[in-house]
Design a protein. Structure first.
Length: 198
């Protein structure tokens, strides 16, 4: 059965790969592991996160960098693999330049971009309003639960992020968004055009 899928939020986070510069001093009874504060930065990776806030589903992908080709590849993965039975996919994204139509054209070409845009509707958060993208909540959770330590290379990062995604998915954690349109109008109305007020 084909269906509309709404509320899929997408965002990304850079993560430097860090190695210890010196070997740790081992634990002994009564003394914790001792680690030098210095570390060696080897590379920087990127983690894409898509979340269905009400469905409790997360999709992650670790890439070498955060560019338009990587964003387009992640969006195509969502379209062709994850939501292949959906008639229309709504993606909430920030104002990252990689998300604009011209970047899709640069990466895919005009005919393929038209095909993608028949199934995908992009909704952009306003400038300085990235907190409206619920993927930011998931990235903050990912940071606290998985990325808050030194991870030495992209392969290990991909394994750790995939394990986190499976655990969060099995917990079926949803996001209950309570900030409604009327709250936004009351608190933020002076920053937007009055035509948006209901």
């Amino acid at each position: 059965m084909e269906r509309d899928r709404t509320g899929d939020c997408v965002d990304e986070k850079s993560k430097p790969s860090l190695l210890d510069s010196r070997a740790h001093l081992p634990m002994v009874p009564g003394t914790p592991l001792r680690r030098d504060y210095e570390c060696v930065r080897t590379e920087t990776c990127n983690v894409f996160v898509a979340v269905e806030p009400l469905g409790g589903r997360r999709i992650t992908q670790v890439t070498d960098r955060q560019g338009k080709a990587e964003f387009v590849a992640f969006a195509q993965h969502l379209i062709d693999a994850v939501y292949r039975s959906a008639r229309r996919i709504h993606l909430v994204v920030d104002n990252l330049s990689a998300c604009f139509r011209s970047c899709l054209v640069d990466t895919l070409g005009e005919p393929a971009t038209r095909k993608v845009l028949r199934r995908v509707v992009f909704h952009y958060t306003p400038k300085h309003g990235i907190w409206l993208n619920m993927a930011e909540i998931e990235i903050a959770t990912l940071g606290r639960q998985c990325l808050n330590r030194r991870i030495g290379d992209q392969k290990l990062l991909a394994c750790e992020v995939a394990a986190w995604q499976r655990r969060r998915g099995s917990d079926n954690r949803t996001i209950r968004w309570t900030f409604i349109r009327q709250d936004a109008d009351r608190k933020l109305g002076r920053h937007y055009v009055s035509d948006l007020t209901c």
